[in-house]
Structure formats: C-alpha cells, structure tokens
Design a protein around this ligand. Structure first.
Ligand code: AMP
Ligand code: MG
Length: 325
C-alpha cells in the first residue's frame, strides 16, 4: 500500500509518500518565508502553497519513483492550522482524489507529529513532548485517545521564541538563531510560569522584551528565555511520567531540533530511568511524510473518512482506533 500525504497547516507545504510498512519514499517541501520583521501572514502563506503545490508533487513522485496511478490513498492535514493554508491543501487533494479515483483521508496534524515519532523511535506508548510553532503539548495515549496532560495556555513555544527573535531583529525562523546566541549567554532573572500541568509563555516573553529594551545583554536574554521555557517543559514532562507510570519520552515538533532542550529532557529521563528519543530533524518540523504514515494507520483502522478542514481540531478529539486493544 502506498499513501501520499499532504501537509499545509502553516508555513510548510509538504508532500510525503510512505509504504504500508512505514518506509518513507519521499518527503519534499517548500516553506513560506514571511517578509523581514514579520510573522506568518496566513493569506500569503496560502498563496505560497497554491503556487508551489504542483512542483512539490512532481518532486515527491520523482523522488519516490512512482506515478499518481501507483498511489493507493491520499491523506491530508485536516487541522489544526491556519484556514487559508488548510484550504489550499484541501482543494489540492480533493482534486487529486477525484482525478485519479483515490480514497481521501483527513488526519490530525498533531497526531501525525506523534505517529512519525513512534515510527522512527520504535516506542510503543511514550509520553510525547510536542513542541512546535503553534503547539506545546505533553501528550500520552489513554483510553482510546491521545490525551493532553499539559499544554501552553497562551502561545506556542516556537512562536514565543520566534517573536522574541523578531523584536531583536532576527529573520524567520528566529528560534534556531536564538539557540546559537544563547551559547554565549549567562542567566538573568525571568519569571517562571507553570500552573498545575499547564504552561504560560506570553508574560515571560514580555518580561524578556522589556529587559532587552532596558539594555540587558542580548546573549544573556537568549540563554535565559531558553532556560526558563525548557525547564518549565521538563518539569511538566517529569510529572506526567511519574503520574502515568510510563518509561519512554518522545520529543517531536520543530522545536525538538534544539540541543539544549534535548539535553535537559535527556538528563531528566536518565535520572528517572526512562528512555528518551528525538524525532530526526527532517521529520521534526512540519512535513508530508508524517501525514502519509498517519494516513496509512487511520485508513487501516477504518477511521471515518472526513472530507473537510477543521482549523481547531484538537489532539484529544481524535479517535486513535489503531492503538486500541
Ligand atoms: P513546526 O511548526 O513543527 O514546523 O516547527 C517550527 C518551529 O520550530 C518554529 O517556531 C521554529 O523557529 C522552531 N525551531 C526550529 N529549529 C529550532 C531550534 N533549533 N530551536 C528552537 N526552535 C526551533
Ligand atoms: Mg507542526
């Protein structure tokens, strides 16, 4: 079985092709870049997706060495995401599905970040730390669904880091550049905001911006914002591990690329005797391969074939029937 998966929830338009055995045959993408000093403008990102989609498809098919006729099912990111971006992806797969007579299956973007990580790590039942531009969630499987045990209450961790980077004049994506600057920094005091199992980043971001404007050293702020954000995440992840009695931690999403975050979570896991895996870089940020693989799981489990988009589709609303029993 071959599944072609299309990702288009935000900045990335990606197409992956995956076999029923979990072999990734292609994972092509084109990423929208906002104008200098700007964040993502949803309508512009949608326009980008419309412009690149035929080319990305052509590249993915060539890379995999297959034709559209060889594909068995088409999967797409149904949500959550930015509406103009979701629609450009949906239009595209709907037309492909009609033209080539292939079944269409909508999958949840966050669940796809988890499933590609389970595939690459071999973990069965991990606590998942899902950290990306718009999402920050500590997730684990329980009673038929991926339950969210902790999450950000205001903004995604990647967006918070990017926004600080924007204020200090860096280009998108700013967070990896903050990681580099942080290496030369030392600690300055910032608030630490964990409420129960949930996290809040926006007040810390404001505090950081205020300190920058009053002349605090840039490298020190980059170091400190990372230390605070990642400590908060590590604290909540440790509590989730303890409460759930699980012994695997999977780090996924675009921010998973951060080595300091990997180090902190890795140390915590080691001290607790838990195994720790990070999703490989090419599958950590948004990508089509994760949609293709999740499409296979959803299709095989007989998941209802949703044919629309849902910009607010939460992780814990998805029936993960492939893990039941
Ligand atoms: P995603 O939404 O999953 O594609 O992830 C994109 C987010 O990951 C953006 O906010 C990026 O700035 C962030 N990101 C990428 N690389 C790093 C890094 N090395 N450290 C922290 N954040 C990163
Ligand atoms: Mg994502």
């Amino acid at each position: 079985m071959l599944c072609l998966g299309v990702e288009s929830t935000a900045h990335t338009f990606g197409i992956g092709i995956c076999s029923g055995e979990g072999e990734i045959l292609a994972n092509e993408k084109s990423v929208y870049r906002p104008k200098k000093g700007w964040g993502i403008v949803p309508m512009e990102a949608g326009k980008h997706h419309e412009e690149v989609r035929d080319k990305v498809l052509e590249d993915a098919l060539r890379k995999a060495g297959v034709r559209m006729e060889d594909v068995d099912i088409i999967a797409y990111s149904r949500g959550p995401g930015l509406p103009p971006c979701l629609y450009k992806g949906f239009e595209f797969v709907r037309d492909l599905s009609e033209k080539f007579g292939k079944p269409l299956i909508g999958v949840n973007h966050c669940v796809a970040h988890i499933e590609i990580g389970r595939l690459t790590s071999g973990f069965g039942d991990p606590v998942v730390v899902y950290v990306s531009g718009g999402n920050t969630q500590i997730i684990s499987f329980s009673e038929g669904r991926y339950r969210v045990f902790g999450e950000c209450m205001d903004m995604g961790i990647g967006n918070a880091l990017d926004k600080f980077g924007r204020v200090i004049g860096l280009d998108f994506p700013q967070a990896p550049k903050i990681e580099i600057l942080a290496k030369k920094g030392k600690w300055v005091d910032l608030p630490y905001v964990v409420k129960g199992m949930d996290l809040s980043f926006s007040g810390i971001l404001t505090a950081c911006i205020n300190k920058y404007r009053s002349g605090e050293k840039l490298e020190d702020l980059c170091f400190s914002i990372q230390e605070v954000f990642f400590s908060m995440l590590t604290e909540v992840t440790e509590r989730a591990l303890a409460h759930l009695g699980k012994d695997e931690v999977l780090l996924t999403g675009g921010v998973a690329a951060n080595l300091r975050l990997q180090e902190m979570l890795g140390t915590m896991c080691k001290e607790r005797g838990a195994r720790f895996e990070v999703v490989p870089r090419e599958f950590a940020g948004d990508n089509g391969a994760m949609i293709a693989w999740t499409g296979i799981l959803a299709y095989r489990s007989g998941q209802k074939k949703l044919k629309d988009v849902d910009p607010r589709w939460r992780t814990d609303e998805v029936e993960v029937s492939w893990l039941d029993g």
